[in-house]
Structures are given as C-alpha cells and as structure tokens.
Design a protein around this ligand. Sequence first.
Ligand SMILES: [Zn+2]
Length: 392
Amino acid sequence: MRIYRYILAAAAALALVCSCTTEKSQKPQNVIYLIGDGMGFGAVSSLLLSQDGETGFEMAPVIGLNETQSANNYVTDSPAGGTALATGTRTCNGFLGVGPDSVQLESVLKKAQTMGKKTGIVVNTTLTEATPGAFYAGVTSRSMSYKIAEQFCESGVDVAVGAGLSVFINRPDSVDLTATLINKGYDVYLDWKSVLNTQSEKFVGILEMGDVHRRNKSSNKTAGAADGAEVCLAAKLAAEASDGDTTRFSEPAEYLQKATVKAIEQLEKNAPKGFFLMIESAIIDGYGHNNDSDGMIEEMQEFDRTLKALVAYVKEHPNTLLVVTADHETGGTGVGYKSHPVNAPEGMKLTFSTKGHTGTVVPIFAYGAGAEKFAGIFQNRELPGMIEELMK
Ligand SMILES: [Zn+2]
C-alpha cells in the first residue's frame, strides 16, 4: 500500500514537471498575426469549397470564433475593428488607435517592442490604412493619412512593406517622410525588386499599388460601399482590379506571400527575443463591398498561399504562434441555395446580402506555441491581451 502511495506521489510529481515543461514550451518567442480584412465564413467557405487540395485553414489545430462589434455599433468599421484587434480596446467606428475618449492606446506590437522583440508590418494596401495603422497610429479618423504617415515614421517597426507613397512625399507640409525614415536609419525602397533582394534588417518598402495587388479577370465593375459602410480604399482597389488589365497578374498575386517570407527572413536576424509580425490581406473586404464573387475567391486563394507559407514556417519553428482572424465580415457573403450547382462551368458563385460590413462572428485559426488558448468564443478586444500574455 505504501509503495503504491509512493508510486502515486512520484507520478503526480512527474505530471507536475511535465505540465510545467509543456506550459513553458507553449510560450511563443515569435508571433505572427494574420488579419484578413472582411474575411468572414462566406469568404473562407468559398476557398474550402472551390479548392480540392488541403488549404491552410484545414491545417489549423485550433479554431475559435471572434465577435467583432465596436464600442458603439454591432457592425464595426475597419478602424474600430483594427483597433480592437491591435490594442484590446473597443472604440467608436471611425476612430483608429484611440479609445472612445480619443486618447491613444498602446498596441500589442508596441508591447512586443517593449519586450525586446523585433517588429514588422506587411500589407497589400497602403501602410497607412486602417488595419496596419491600428498597430502604431492614434487618430480620430482614418482619413488623416498625412498624420498617420508621420506616426508610422515614429512606429519603431524594423521591417514594413506596403503601398501608399503619396502621403509620405506629396504632403501639405512639404516634408519628405522618406528622408525622415532614412535619417532614422531605415533603408527605404520604392520598388518591389529592391524589397525582394534586400538583406537589410531595418527597411521600409513603399511600393506602387500595382505591385502589391493583382489585377483580376472579373468583369464586375460595381464600385463603392452602401448600407452606411465606410467607402474604403479596398473597395476602390477591388473595383479597379476588375478593369480587365491582366498584365500584372502573376507577380502581384504572389506579393503577399513573398513579402511575408522576406519580412520574416529579415526579422529573424539578430533577434534573440524573437519577433512580432502583423500581416493584413486587405482586399477581401473590397470584393465583399463590391459583391464580386470571382474576385473574392481569387483573393482567398492568394490569402491561402500566404497562410500555407506561414503554417510551414510554424512547423519548422515551433516557438512561433500564428493567429489568423478577421476584423469583421463584409458583404453578408454566403453560399446561397441553388446559387451554384457543383461542377458548373462558371464555377462557384457567392451570394451577398449587403454592400457593407456585417456584425456576424468571424473565425479564428491558431497554430503553434500557445495556439490552444484560442479555442473558444472571444470578443475581438480579448485577442491582443491573450497574445501579450503568451509573449511574456
Ligand atoms: Zn470595408
């Protein structure tokens, strides 16, 4: 009997040791936060149903749900949605990186910097758009792009790739912010090839919009947003992408994946405390606003290429946490009854119920160290605090 008790005690002690070890191994050194703007269940379904092979979503060991409302509306806009995902505070629609009291908030990217991590931003829209802006800016309107560009220069990020040069150089105050960045020690690149070939650990790539977003073959030219949704850049871009110009198709279609891989390569160097990288796939939202089925499906395929590259990275680097979610759903996107017989020559056609955002919950997919924390139903504002806690 006594021996049995000893065995039990030894087993309990071992279990304690094991759980401690497991607990420790679940702390990520690197965090990758991938946000699909407007990527609700309809968008994810469009990929799962139209793709034969395994998608990056299906490789997720952990899945959760994310309630996306803002401080003052069940339907958030991108600035408030981004602010909740970046700072842990729900703010009023229209506000970016500030609380309902207009006071600037501290983002999880800033907290990662305080912990000694290197940080990066990769987007397929402008660097000063709402979602990336939520991680470094603090303004009461997304349209304050000149101010957001100034705040970007103060962000302290090590690596950033996106578009939107005009607010850095064609400014009412005549300041050349690319010079400001260079004075701060950045290598600044204005072309894609230089970004792809750089070995710099501190660089900003500010590219042409045609470099960061493909032109698709869709003929749907419906532009603009209705139903009280913001008229966002993504909607305009998605409309422009429907102009039939396919000449730049192949390279920009790989932009997000390649820019992400390049950013990680440079962030990994001399990073004893690891890195925090936020990535936004911005134009899913635009195709939702434009109710463009083909565009959204192609955009989700691009998203999946990036996601798969990240899942492969996490497999090779198990000290990395990858969290994938959306700021909100756009378009009321669905797969409506009788809308598309299987194997129809025209392919799947999504159905839409609005040209604006919706307040339906969006998915969370988590991979790697600490991923299990993301199983469940969460409010958007909970995610940054959970990531911060894991990084500590
Ligand atoms: Zn939108």
